[in-house]
Design a protein around this ligand. Structure first.
Ligand code: ZN
Length: 126
């Protein structure tokens, strides 16, 4: 049985919901059931989170690359007293940030995927 569809969220609302690891369409269902274990769909509105396999990979690669690039710039700007310690601190900080933001980046990627699919569907209707 299909449930009633929630009202369509705006772009910012959907993205904020994804960032908060919530369903981008209804804002109520959890995207994850563990730290990084995803639910296949929203338990409230039945939105399929990853309708196409690999639809969120580009955003995940680009955001990981962006964070890595940021830390490369930091490594070029910081002049630590001991280079090995400086590199170790920057590498550890980068690893913590890349891994620590995984669920929120994935939630944002799912929101972007939802908005893209919705826009494609809308374009097909007109
Ligand atoms: Zn939902």
């Amino acid at each position: 049985m299909t449930r009633a569809q929630p009202p369509r969220p705006g772009y910012t609302t959907a993205l904020v919901r994804g960032l908060r690891k919530r369903c981008p369409r209804c804002g109520e269902g959890d995207i994850f059931r563990g730290w990084y274990t995803m639910n296949e769909s929203c338990d409230r509105c039945e939105l399929e989170y990853e309708a196409g396999e690999g639809d969120t990979w580009a955003f995940m690669y680009l955001s990981t690359g962006g964070i890595t690039g940021l830390f490369i710039v930091v490594m070029l700007l910081i002049r630590p007293a001991t280079m090995q310690i400086g590199q170790g601190v920057v590498a550890l900080a980068a690893l913590v940030l890349i891994v620590g933001t995984l669920p929120r980046r994935k939630g944002t990627a799912i929101a972007l995927d939802y908005l893209t699919r919705r826009a494609r569907r809308d374009a097909g209707k007109s």
